[in-house]
Design a protein around this ligand. Structure first.
Ligand SMILES: C/C(=C\C(=O)SCCNC(=O)CCNC(=O)[C@H](O)C(C)(C)COP(=O)(O)OP(=O)(O)OC[C@H]1O[C@@H](n2cnc3c(N)ncnc32)[C@H](O)[C@@H]1OP(=O)(O)O)C(=O)O
Length: 292
């Protein structure tokens, strides 16, 4: 009897191979009003017409007509992104390089290309990973390059309880130089969904988040936590200091629960994490400083 290849290999090399290399182009402008709304939503001060790190996540957002959205509020899969038969989308990770600043009022273009489509078996069940490379140009200059990993998970209607909120133990904070605590309330999630034109219902529709996708609360956006970590680094180090930034969303964080943003510098690197209200790591991140 012929041995079948492992499922992940089969899925990558056959069923979805035609998605790899698929490209999409989008255009936008770094509008002053968008920058002001970003600063207002995230409580980031604006200085000298500079554009804060993380704003690129609010540019070149999907412009899919509402009648073409899927039941979760995202553009339907099966277009640019593959339909892997796993309905629950999450942002799993990103690796970002900052080459040049975004400048106010500049025209922006984004070229996106699918790098890989892979199925894995996780502790939580089957997972479908899609890696997408994005290059964001400001005028003719490459400003931001990102490899984004999206994950798709199987349906889950059963709802788990919200994690308990605990006081962090001193030893959990001992190794960190910086600590900012905040509670992302639904208002902040709604504002971030609006900034990124992200209509996924897990971020604002509590009955849907609980009853359809099985989360115990509204899910905090991965790029929102990433932006808050970038802002923590800016607060501590000053602006325009990061050459690159990478994060992995380890476990969901929920609206109304405390989030502990922690960080420390380690030579030319910065180590950052977001811890949930129960002390569990929700985002693991690191950044490299610019030379000089
Ligand atoms: C915007 C937007 C969406 C969002 O913002 S959603 C909110 C932000 N995202 C999250 O909250 C995701 C939190 N992460 C998780 O819940 C878990 O990491 C996840 C994705 C359910 C996977 O957990 P598992 O326990 O099932 O996975 P394992 O630890 O057993 O690992 C299995 C293999 O998968 C790889 N892997 C796991 N997590 C990640 C990750 N975050 N990024 C990349 N890869 C991951 C892991 O390395 C294992 O791979 P091997 O090759 O070693 O087998 C929007 O959609 O726009």
């Amino acid at each position: 009897m012929r041995n079948l290849p492992p499922k992940s290999l089969a899925m990558t090399e056959t069923e979805f191979s035609h998605y790899v290399g698929r490209e999409q182009y989008q255009h936008d402008r770094v509008g002053a009003a968008l920058v002001r709304r970003f600063a207002a939503a995230l409580d980031v001060p604006l200085a000298d017409n500079s554009v804060p790190d993380g704003l690129h996540w609010c540019l070149c957002t999907p412009e899919t007509p509402t009648e073409e959205l899927g039941p979760d509020g995202h553009p339907k899969v099966g277009g640019f992104l593959p339909d892997m038969g796993l309905p629950r989308r999450m942002w799993a990770a990103s690796e970002v390089e900052f080459f040049a600043p975004l400048t106010l009022d500049a025209k922006v273009t984004r070229a996106s290309r699918i790098l890989s489509v892979e199925r894995k078996d996780g502790r939580s069940g089957p997972l479908g990973f899609v890696k997408v490379a994005h290059e964001t140009r400001c005028g003719d200059v490459l400003a931001v390059r990102e490899t984004q990993t999206l994950v798709y998970r199987e349906a889950q209607a059963a709802r788990v309880e919200l994690p308990p909120i605990v006081n962090l133990l001193p030893e959990q904070l001992r190794d960190w130089q910086w600590h900012r605590e905040l509670t992302p309330e639904p208002v902040l999630l709604q504002r971030f969904s609006a900034l990124t034109f992200n209509s996924h219902r897990i971020h604002y529709d509590l009955p849907y988040a609980r009853e359809v996708e099985g989360y115990p609360g509204l899910v905090v956006h991965g790029p929102l936590m990433a932006t808050l970590l970038l802002d923590l680094a800016r607060r501590e180090l000053g602006g325009d200091r990061l050459a690159s930034f990478a994060f992995r969303a380890m476990s969901p964080a929920f609206a109304g629960q405390p989030l502990h943003l922690v960080g420390r510098s380690a030579g030319e690197e910065v180590i950052l994490q977001a811890l949930g209200g129960d002390g569990r790591m929700v985002v693991d991140a690191s950044a490299k400083l610019r030379e000089g």
